[in-house]
Design a protein around this ligand. Sequence first.
Ligand code: GAP
Length: 494
Amino acid sequence: MTNNISKPEDNIQLKNIIAHAKEYGFVYQSSEIYDGLQAVYDYGPYGVELKNNIKELWWQSMIKLHHNIVGIDAAIFMHPLTWKASGHVDSFNDPMIDNKDSKKRYRADVLIEDKAAEYEANGEAAKAKTLIKEMSRLLEEEDLKGVHDLIVREDIRCPFSNTSNWTDVRQFNLMFSTQIGSVADDANTIFLRPETAQGIFVNFLNVQKTARMKIPFGIAQIGKAFRNEIVARQFIFRMREFEQMEMQYFIRPGEEMKWYEIWKNIRLNWHKAMGIPENKLRFHDHDKLAHYANAAVDIEYEFPFGYKEVEGIHSRTDFDLGNHQELSKKKMQYFDNELGKSYVPYVIETSAGADRLFFMVLSNSFVEEEVGEGNDKKMRTYLKIHPGLAPVKAAIFPLVKKDGLPEVAKKIYDDLRFDFNLIYEETQSIGKRYTRQDLIGTPYCIAVDHQTLEDETVTIRERDTMEQVRVKINTLRDEIGKRVSMKNILENID
Ligand code: GAP
């Protein structure tokens, strides 16, 4: 009997990461005291620092490293016609199906993809490919009955009821709507943006003219997006409220494949520079293109539940600008001095989810290993986060809470707090304090001991190796600074 959809709670590693994220102040379920809100999450004290650092790295890598990319911050609410022009009103649908026995709802395409992944895992790659091809064709032709029949034919069962007693497949629009102003009628219905990209497209001319940009140029933005996802699965992987980091690169028509390849490589290098191993990343070409794209690829990371998308790179042609031009009746054209003519630019988009990147960094850095020998053997858990991204850069400890050591340690804290995000801790044994910092991924711990009083030196303990070096207090700013600088990551991207 097949039971091909794995329940997230079956995955021990995933379970440990989720528990760790909660216990050590990274991610909490939203409104937990009311039993939570599905697929909505809050970031805790260390989570928000890590997420901000990931966003900062992305922002710097776009704006600082590229003279021809500028940023904006557009509003979440937009004119409703935006979403008509973008195709989201008509095409931003997922095919859904319900199991009549368990009453659980699924995305029909995800059920089939999971089945294909199962074939692949069993060494039946050709069968997997045929299945995905057939699904893509049926979805392309909007043959929802065909999708239903394929699910039944493949004997795909609900993991909760273990039956294949499925409803028909229906299309479900993923946009959240709300009313603007005090009168609730259809004319006042607006949508919460399902992608940040449209805020960039509608501002294309404003930015091009006011920042005097010449093609090729890019506009970058980080902001919230909202989707009424049918399936809430795998922690913060699929959320209803999430954050995107998107960059639209405006180019000459006909040059899209050149820029598509260039941006694929830049973005893959970005992930590697953050410390994600190359063998855990891969490109995955889209089998089914979104309504706006003529080429599209995902960068996938190998999560504990398999390879999943963390970022998309899309060749969006002139689809968006062209449609906005038509609906708004405003010219969305650029006069190219070199070519001596006007055109609607083509666009290459890079679109990453800040929450998925956070999840990737957390999963990748979660280490549980055995340390010590003989009777001293024990498990050590720590977060091997790149020092440039770590929520807290260093913790400062007096070895004991007496003999004048806390005063020296506090002075170091006061001197360095303008440069780094620090923690000062003086209670519990120093071993326990080191462990606590390991668990939140603090790369360096500075200890003030009795020798400090004699020669003004302290120890710096490195998180991953647990090795200690002694340095002069007056070199600490440089010693810590050179190790935790985001520049170390940025320099490895190009
Ligand atoms: N503007 C193009 C666009 O939105 P997408 O592939 O739908 O493309 C881009 O989304 C990225 O946004 C994804 O690669 C993913 O990282 C993130 N993302 C999309 N839906 C998400 C969700 N429900 N929860 C968390 N992140 C999501």
